[in-house]
Design a protein. Structure first.
Length: 259
């Protein structure tokens, strides 16, 4: 069975748009989603989705998803200014994931301003600490990074260190501005051929810059092509970034296309 997942960045506007947590889960079921991937931490701090009254809503979301056989994974943006901080960040992720009984962990480890600050030593420490956390929680651990890490100056050695500790690779195949979905997916496959863990691509489920699609209709059509390619290439899981940015045309495709 092929799994289809969806990233959630900011939980509050997602719930506000749908009306209730129950309606979020109903929409996920209509879209044939197997899992929701929700941001739970950035650096050493818990993310707002997990705190205060919104944290209560997140707990409700997890409980209602589990009742409908939908998994909820948590994703973290590491900063890792030094080795000690890298370990502290992983500990925070473990604590939040345990509190909410999450089903998996994702390291959204990326190059650039606002993302990973450390070098290879910090990358190794972070990857190992996150692997230890996942092992303690008995959940899988994934890395979700640039689909062509070689394009980011100096990033590949750090990416490799982190990926070496992951169970799954969720590369961000943001094909919106590419000549075709197949062109971008094939490039991502080649760029990740040295990574031995399973490759499970993330599609561009939004309209806008940074790899997003040019219009709602393009988002829908490219999603259809992405899912066809995933099936043809025998991948057992794929996902989209992200719920809040997804146009109604994409939801219509998900609602009518088996995973």
């Amino acid at each position: 069975m092929t799994k289809r997942s969806m990233y959630i960045w900011k939980l509050s506007p997602v719930i506000d748009a749908e009306g209730t947590v129950t309606k979020v889960v109903e929409k996920a079921r209509r879209a044939n989603l197997s899992a929701l991937w929700v941001k739970i931490a950035q650096g050493a701090a818990a993310y707002s989705n997990t705190t205060g009254s919104l944290g209560d809503k997140f707990k409700e979301l997890v409980d209602r998803c589990h009742a409908k056989n939908i998994e909820v994974w948590g994703w973290h943006v590491p900063r890792c200014a030094n080795v000690a901080v890298a370990k502290t960040e992983a500990e925070k992720v473990k604590d939040v994931a345990a509190t909410f009984s999450l089903d998996g962990l994702i390291m959204d480890a990326e190059h650039g301003a606002g993302f990973f600050l450390g070098d290879a030593e910090e990358a190794e420490a972070y990857g190992k600490a996150m692997k230890d956390a996942a092992h303690t929680l008995r959940v899988p651990l994934a890395i979700s990074s640039h689909d062509i890490p070689q394009n980011m100056s100096g990033w590949l050695p750090k990416f490799n260190k982190i990926a070496n500790h992951a169970d799954l690779n969720f590369p961000q195949v943001y094909y919106g501005s590419s000549p075709s979905v197949e062109h971008r997916l094939s490039r991502a496959e080649d760029a990740n051929s040295h990574v031995t863990i399973p490759f499970r691509p993330v599609g561009a489920g939004w309209v806008g810059d940074g790899g997003g699609c040019t219009s709602a209709s393009a988002c829908a059509e490219r999603a259809r092509e992405f899912m066809r390619l995933v099936k043809d290439r025998n991948y057992d899981e794929y996902s989209f970034w992200h719920w809040q940015g997804a146009p109604s045309a994409l939801w219509a495709v998900l609602n009518t296309t088996p995973a």
